[in-house]
Design a binder for this molecule. Structure first.
Ligand code: ATP
Length: 488
């Protein structure tokens, strides 16, 4: 069963077969940063494409966006990240390792996010009996302190005009600040969503478990705008829609669940939040967040209206965020620049937002874990990835049975034709059984072998990965056969 898979098996497979490598490995590696290899980059692209297809291409009510990573610093003041996006941490006096207090106290995995840092510090519990996860020392922790999660950098070539900007810790804000642009340039009408996939950065304190939590990662987020009063209906819709996305791509239902947030877990503005959780094989086989879906009310657009009202002070204080207070909200905020005019009801208001926020890397890990399997073939262990065809990095591998008698030419011709439509792989080296095994481990759903009989009757063998069943079909039908089986 997939949830009994050990993370080490996945990590070792990923390295051995070129799915995922440690970043800068030849320099000893860079902690918590990873590179996707030839198979991994295909997998990741397929996960992205599957998300985009379901969230944008197949829906009439969601449009796409691709924003820059660098944004105006005031964006992060308005969103709350500049002041509040921190973890409360403590350092073990014995081994000097930093730990998140929420990880020591309970098994929650929450950044303080929209809780003011001072409140989170006040709430930090007594650590005198807590054990350091790194060295085991008990009660050796320093006073809890905030640890900011946003990476900073300097923008601008000259000293005078250089300013501190942040690497975005989520893609969502790019959507909110473009709400007006999308409204003004497209035909969208409420309810509608804006979707984006892109890199986010967080200087995470605890990084663990391979690509589960990294400092640079990719998010896939939708902000779905709707009229207040319809938000609960849409919240339910997105919960169901997003859960189905995972199961339709082959993830086993028993490894997935939906967890409703407790009232005290909710940000003050949020009306509801659920996590789609996956039973990852680490952290004692715990359920861990794969995606968060939240009813964020009208909080974000209202905050950005306040942000826009703060621009003067930004210039006066020469962009020093620490000296800037966000301006209060106009009494007329419902008619503000980020409001929406409903032609039918003739009313103007700030839309509510439902936000499904998924992680592409975390999804890749879950799909890898879920697809990983071992069985036995003729007394030999077979490791395989039972990927859904849409996610499989290579859709078909093409082999000549032997490297002579004109078989490589026939196989190479077929490969040249098929690769125009599917991602394919040609391999003529070694025993065919070993070539099958390599493809099983890469998750390739079909292997096509050209053999002596091909020259006589124009048929080839197609072998299916999971059942290992083989059938002979005519060379001329291979493309159509794959099209149907792969649904592409
Ligand atoms: P966690 O509590 O696990 O740190 P979070 O609640 O802060 O996550 P969100 O801000 O809701 O996460 O981000 C939405 C999604 O983005 C997460 O469900 C996850 O899939 C992904 N994600 C967030 N942080 C990371 C990270 N450091 N590495 C990889 N993926 C991440």
């Amino acid at each position: 069963m997939a949830n009994l898979t050990k993370l080490e098996d996945i990590v070792s497979l990923c390295k051995r077969r070129g799915f995922i490598f440690q970043s800068s490995e030849i320099y000893g590696g860079l902690a918590s940063c990873y590179d996707y290899g030839p198979l991994g980059s295909e997998l990741k692209r397929n996960v992205r494409n599957a998300w985009w297809k379901s969230a944008v291409q197949m829906r009439d009510d969601v449009v796409g966006l691709d924003c820059s990573i660098f944004m105006h610093p005031l964006v992060w003041k308005a969103s709350g990240h500049a002041d509040k996006f921190a973890d409360i941490v403590t350092v073990c006096k014995k081994c000097n390792v930093r730990s998140r207090v929420d990880h020591l106290v309970e098994h929650a995995e929450q950044h303080t996010e929209h809780v003011p840092v001072e409140t989170a510090l006040k709430d930090a519990k007594d650590l005198s009996k807590k054990k350091c996860p790194a060295c085991g020392a008990v009660g050796q922790f320093t006073e809890p302190m905030p640890f900011r999660l946003m990476f900073e950098t300097q923008m601008g070539a000259n000293v005078e005009d250089s300013m501190t900007i942040f690497l975005r810790p989520e893609t969502a804000q790019g959507i909110f600040v473009n709400f007006r642009n999308v409204l003004d340039t497209t035909r969208v009408k409420l309810p509608f969503g804006i979707a984006q996939i892109g890199k986010s950065f967080r200087n995470e304190v605890t990084t663990k478990a391979f690509i589960f939590r990294t400092r640079e990662f990719e998010q896939a987020e939708i902000e779905f705008f709707c009229a207040p009063g319809t938000d609960e209906k849409w919240f339910e819709h997105w919960k169901e829609f997003r859960f189905k996305w995972y199961t339709e791509l082959g993830m086993k239902k028993e490894n997935l669940r939906m967890r409703e947030h407790e009232k005290d877990e909710l940000a003050h503005y949020a009306k509801g939040c659920v996590d789609v959780e996956y039973k990852f094989p680490f952290g004692s086989g715990d359920w861990q967040e794969l995606e968060g879906i939240a009813n964020r009310t009208d909080f974000d657009l209202r905050q950005h209206q306040r942000g826009m009202r703060t621009l003067n002070s930004w210039y006066e204080k020469k962009g020093d965020l620490s000296k800037i207070e966000l301006n209060s909200e106009s009494e007329e905020y419902q008619k503000g620049p980020l409001s929406y005019f409903d032609e039918e009801t003739k009313q103007r208001f700030i839309p509510y937002v439902i936000e499904p926020s998924a992680g592409i890397d975390r999804s890749c890990l879950a799909f890898l874990v879920d697809a990983y399997d071992e069985d036995e073939v003729n007394g030999e262990k077979r490791g395989l990835l039972r990927f859904h065809p849409a996610l499989a990095p290579v859709k078909a591998a093409i082999f000549p049975l032997v490297k002579k008698d004109g078989l490589p030419e026939i196989a190479a011709n077929m490969y040249d034709d098929l690769k125009k439509y599917f991602s394919c792989f040609y391999d003529e080296k070694g025993a065919v059984g070993r070539r099958y095994r390599r493809q099983d481990e890469a998750g390739t759903p079909y292997c096509i072998t050209v053999d002596g009989q091909t020259k006589e009757d124009q048929t080839v063998t197609i072998r299916e990965r999971d059942s290992m069943k083989q059938e002979r079909i005519n060379l001329s039908q291979v493309k159509q056969y794959l099209r149907e089986k792969l649904d592409m």
